[in-house]
Design a protein around this ligand. Structure first.
Ligand code: CA
Length: 218
């Protein structure tokens, strides 16, 4: 799943994006309001983490800009400004959650996952399809009740398949969700990853549709 982090504090941005990648997300980084306004592929974002104090404007303006353009993904404000007035303004402008810095990474991650569940209209933290269960919070996965040992990328891919079970995912869709803008995007890597995952979860759970992509069977 792909996140956009809007943060001008370079150190914080690096630390946070490292940890988010470690938790299985692909992370894009925008450093100011102008970059945020011009960011391509906003419809591919699973969520945005938005700082309010930006060098060329406020995150609040950026939030309004996106909402006015029907950007519908969850947006979590992460800010040092924590007055109740700021929270009210942020939530009224279309933010889904509001977290005051400093925050423990575990709390941020739990809040993000809660946003995904709410966004998907689900309340069960587990994703479950066809005998595969996956918990994005504890990062565990089970196949027919047996624990699965997955690499970080395999976990990311399985999570994507479960969230989009029954739908065709092209190699491009998979690359968009698994890799950062600046990392290598080789189609071959997707094939290799899918075949590794198939060995672990059972071949027949993922169907290859020639020229189209892959489908996780429900
Ligand atoms: Ca800032």
């Amino acid at each position: 799943m792909r996140l956009l982090l809007v943060e001008d504090d370079e150190q914080l941005a690096r630390r946070l994006s490292d940890r988010l990648r470690g938790a299985g997300f692909a992370v894009d980084l925008a450093r100011n309001r102008a970059e945020g306004e011009d960011w391509p592929d906003m419809d591919k974002m699973a969520a945005v983490i938005l700082d309010l104090g930006l060098p060329d404007g406020t995150g609040m303006d950026l939030l309004r800009f996106w909402r006015a353009r029907r950007v519908e993904c969850p947006i979590l404000i992460l800010t040092a400004r924590g007055s109740w007035q700021d929270k009210v303004e942020g939530l009224n402008a279309g933010a889904d959650d509001f977290v005051v810095k400093p925050v423990r990474f575990e709390e941020l991650l739990a809040r993000l996952n809660a946003l995904f569940r709410r966004h998907a209209g689900k309340h069960d933290p587990w994703l479950e399809e066809a005998g595969i269960r996956l918990d994005p919070v504890s990062r565990t996965a089970l196949r027919d009740g047996e624990s699965l040992v997955l690499s970080k990328q395999e976990f990311r891919l399985l999570q994507l398949f479960l969230r989009r079970a029954g739908q065709v995912l092209s190699q491009g869709d998979i690359i968009e969700h698994l890799y950062d803008l600046d990392s290598q995007r080789e189609l071959n890597a997707v094939e290799v990853l899918v075949s590794r995952l198939r060995r672990k979860i059972g071949r027949d759970r993922i169907t290859t549709l020639r020229g189209l992509g892959y489908r996780f069977e429900r």
